[in-house]
Design a protein around this ligand. Sequence first.
Ligand code: ADP
Length: 169
Amino acid sequence: MPKIIGLYPGSFDPFTNGHLDIAKRALKMCDHLYVAVVGNPNKNSTFTSEERVKLCESSTHGLGKKVRVVSFNGLLVDYAREIKANIIFRGLRAVADFEYEFQMALINRSLHKQIEICFLVPNEKFIFLSSSAVKEAAKLGGDIRGFVPPAVAKALRVRYAQSPNPSSR
Ligand code: ADP
């Protein structure tokens, strides 16, 4: 039986427990899962792509050897071809995600006819969780340990403790 290769792309700026929930679910549906950090997101990222990769690695370490964290630049479908991915996984939180994700899925599939795009729904406790909300809370000194893996909580603490003016980041 050919192996099913899954690709879970994102900015992961930083990786949250919502992302981890989706990665675990995706792993049930494939033999190998690439968690792929977008190297050049359109938005200004808080963490560099190297930092984001490291945080994804420590966050997914417990999922075993079937998960590999990579970083890529350029078109997602080109990267999917390069690693011979069969399925692209994306998470859907609320209706708000749907329109953008649906549009991207259709564009990606028209560029790569063999790829399947699979939307996964997280545990409801992560429905309202986003990297930006976690960063906002961390900036203001909130306890974000329930929202992100321990390595990410530590990195956020360090990042915002260093900021002379928390509102400037
Ligand atoms: P993007 O790739 O659009 O910059 P992210 O890196 O934040 O966004 O997220 C990557 C993927 O994970 C997207 O499909 C996003 O919808 C999904 N995702 C983000 N946060 C959650 C969450 N709390 N629960 C489920 N899926 C999520």
